[in-house]
Design a protein around this ligand. Structure first.
Ligand code: 5GP
Ligand code: ZN
Length: 116
């Protein structure tokens, strides 16, 4: 599984930078966003370094991407999102992606939110 030693989310996945963890298995980690927009805001992140959704390959990453999406409602419920949530995957510069390691935002909790 490829990692980028200069990547902040690779460092979080490797436990080299602390995070408030929500979930972890051999392929994925989920942790609370450091600058949440809403009462619930965490990120689901593959442990493999994939810069963005652009860097995924259909046959190779289909199961991983499906697992990320399938995990979202399970973890959202566990975190207390009982009235819905939003999933967001920013991709590349025009997509507003700031951290170049694929991640899915899961955002929920009672409104108003700071943004979104
Ligand atoms: P993007 O704009 O790339 O989709 O979102 C990146 C997200 O990662 C932002 O919401 C930002 O607050 C979050 N983030 C950036 N650095 C860190 C960090 O070191 N720890 C955590 N937990 N979240 C981070
Ligand atoms: Zn990375």
């Amino acid at each position: 599984m490829s990692q980028d030693p200069s990547c902040i989310f690779c460092k979080i996945a490797a436990g080299q930078i602390p995070s408030r963890k929500v979930y972890e298995d051999d392929e994925l980690i989920a942790f609370h966003d450091i600058a949440p927009w809403a009462p619930i805001h965490f990120l689901i992140v593959p442990k493999e370094h994939l810069a963005s959704l652009y860097d995924t390959v259909p046959e190779k990453h289909q199961a991983l991407l499906g697992k990320m999406l399938a995990l979202a409602p399970e973890l959202a419920r566990e975190q207390g999102a009982s009235n819905g949530f939003r999933t967001v995957v920013n991709t590349g510069a025009d997509g507003g992606q700031e951290v170049p390691h694929l991640h899915m935002h899961v955002i929920g909790g009672p409104r108003p939110w700071a943004k979104g």
